[in-house]
Design a protein around this ligand. Structure first.
Ligand SMILES: CC(=O)SCCNC(=O)CCNC(=O)[C@H](O)C(C)(C)COP(=O)(O)OP(=O)(O)OC[C@H]1O[C@@H](n2cnc3c(N)ncnc32)[C@H](O)[C@@H]1OP(=O)(O)O
Ligand SMILES: CC(=O)C(=O)O
Length: 527
């Protein structure tokens, strides 16, 4: 049994507020979708959107698709216009794609009020446009716009639209939940009724669901379970309003839960890479919590989960993350138990399996620190230093000892605000005093510390502060507010690491995070 995985990221997905692909972007997205193994890529509406016209022109020479067939999207001919004379239909042919998708009204209310034509003329528009395109060698899919609402309002008319399209030669009639208001049981029922009423098998039908009830993925899966073989969706669920069915979740559900062979072999594990690459091109931050592909899709925080995962990761994962190209992660927080610490340490290359006392000590320390506002969840490097400071043979080498530091902020007469820091440290037996200016107190402190260390640790030149985040945490249990600072540092090899510092004073909190950052980076540079 074959399934048609039909992607509309470049047409319906591009209708999402905030997305504006260039032609080059569209070509890049098409290549990624092809690598993911979709069967059809709906590239846009040629003739209506100039960039889409250009996309199809360039696609002819610049796209070499291995799995996918390119589809041009458009509408049925206009009411009262001969199909040969309709420039929009001409534009579809000029795109020179092997397949065309036509949006057609299947809700009589839309025919009468939006198209302002008759029930009969709408059926003629569908018939004429499909036969015209089929006669010119195109595979034709018809998207029955508002099918489910239309079927509820007037089942006989919505059924006539389906029959007309298929009789005219459409390969598949796609039932669209255009307003996205359906629930899975309603989709299942409508498909059962339609097939019974018309005698048309569900294998001639397709499904296209918007996500306005947050049921687009479930509705799509329900339709496939009802026998539909052609299903549409978009990368990451991009689309108008709350979006479309997320094709990644749909495909993974069908393949992994229902055992349906929807993608070519070897493609499913490309999912995370393709999802994130498309998000990058769309200029939308990947959703950390997106099912299957999000960075947190297989991240475990609860200590009890980790203790079972230690026995078998599948006890707390619904699938093996590797099958979709994802990884499991253990988060270390106040909710950690010894198993979480053991697994996280193993992730970092530290084997604590035979060291129950060390595990208990680290767990206790993490809980105490987290209660005081520290957060190791995003600060793996500080966590690693903490664990290693409990391991005599792996303890990190501290590059210096602090005697004191001082920071001043000067508001000058001319309005300039200058920060200046002085650090007094001991480095390899030598007392060093270094001073630097910066555009803020933390920057000045960072510069002064690096200046002081530079002669002994020239490799510091390769590190740069990539991100700096400050959060004020409300005081609790009668304590005052504290400040948490997260520092992300990167080196020239493209590695980065995050450290954390916490203190009521923001400069001191930053100091802790900076010292951990340099300690971790230097330690790693010397391993
Ligand atoms: C459910 C969906 O998401 S379908 C995809 C929708 N995508 C888009 O609309 C994006 C691209 N759209 C466009 O660039 C423009 O809307 C165009 C070029 C298609 C049309 O632009 P205009 O000619 O200025 O018309 P406008 O957008 O105001 O109205 C749409 C016209 O198409 C007609 N129309 C709407 N649906 C259909 C249909 N299924 N079949 C035939 N004609 C249709 C309308 O009756 C209206 O005709 P009229 O101008 O004679 O009143
Ligand atoms: C065709 C389409 O995108 C819809 O009806 O939602």
């Amino acid at each position: 049994m074959t399934y048609q995985v039909y992607d509309t990221t470049l047409r319906d997905g591009a209708q999402r507020e905030g997305i504006s692909y260039s032609v080059v972007d569209k070509l890049a997205v098409a290549r990624l979708l092809d690598e993911f193994g979709v069967g059809f890529i709906e590239g846009g509406w040629p003739g209506a959107v100039p960039k889409d016209t250009e996309f199809f022109r360039r696609a002819r020479t610049e796209l070499d698709l291995r799995h996918a067939v390119l589809v041009a999207f458009g509408a049925t001919r206009k009411a009262g216009v001969a199909v040969e004379a309709d420039p929009q239909v001409r534009g579809l042919l000029d795109a020179e794609t092997p397949a065309v998708a036509l949006v057609a009204k299947s809700d009589l209310r839309h025919v009468e009020r939006a198209l302002r034509t008759t029930a009969k003329e709408n059926l003629a528009m569908i018939h004429d446009t499909v036969t015209h395109l089929v006669a010119r060698g195109r595979r034709v899919f018809v998207d029955g716009e508002h099918f489910f609402d239309g079927y509820r309002h007037d089942p006989a008319y919505a059924s006539a639209v389906v029959e007309t399209a298929l009789a005219a030669g459409a390969e598949v009639m796609v039932l669209c939940d255009t307003n996205g208001g359906m629930l899975p049981s309603q989709v299942t029922r409508a498909i059962a009724e339609l097939t019974e009423r018309t005698g048309i098998g569900p294998e001639r039908l397709g499904i296209h669901c918007q996500n306005d009830t947050a049921c687009a993925v479930a509705n799509t899966v329900a339709a496939v379970e009802a026998g539909v073989r052609h299903f549409q969706g978009t990368a990451n669920g991009y689309g108008e309003r709350p979006g479309n069915a997320d094709l990644f979740a749909v495909v993974a559900n069908l393949q992994l839960k229902l055992g349906l062979p929807v993608l070519p072999d070897g493609c499913l594990e490309q999912m995370v890479r393709v999802s994130h690459a498309i998000a990058e091109i769309a200029n939308i931050a990947p959703d950390t919590h997106q099912a299957y592909v999000g960075a947190a899709a297989f991240a475990h925080k609860a200590g009890l989960h980790a203790s079972a995962i230690k026995v078998d990761p599948l006890l707390y994962n619904h699938v093996d993350p590797a099958v979709v190209g994802n990884d499991m992660r253990i988060l270390v927080t106040e909710m950690a138990g010894r198993a979480s610490i053991e697994l996280k340490s193993r992730e970092l290359g530290l084997d604590l399996a035979g060291q129950p006392e060390t595990l208990s000590r680290v767990t206790r320390r993490v809980k105490e620190l987290e209660a005081g506002g520290w957060s190791f969840e995003a600060a793996d490097a500080s966590f690693e230093l903490l664990v290693r400071s409990e391991l005599p043979d792996r303890a990190p080498v501290r590059p210096f000892a602090l005697e004191s530091y001082r920071v001043i902020v000067e508001h000058r007469e001319d309005g300039a605000v200058v920060s200046e820091a002085t650090v007094k440290i001991r480095v390899r037996g030598e007392r060093v005093i270094a001073t630097a200016e910066g555009n803020g107190p933390v920057n000045a402190l960072d510069e002064a510390l690096r200046t002081g260390l530079a002669r002994h640790y020239p490799e510091l030149r390769n590190f740069e502060l990539a991100d700096y985040k400050v959060r004020i945490l409300e005081g609790s249990h009668g304590t005052g507010a504290v400040t948490r600072v997260l520092v992300e540092t990167a080196d020239q090899a493209g590695r980065d690491w995050v450290t954390v510092g916490v203190h009521p004073n923001v400069v001191e909190a930053s100091w802790h995070a900076l010292v951990d950052a340099l300690t971790y980076g230097l330690d790693r540079a010397h391993v």
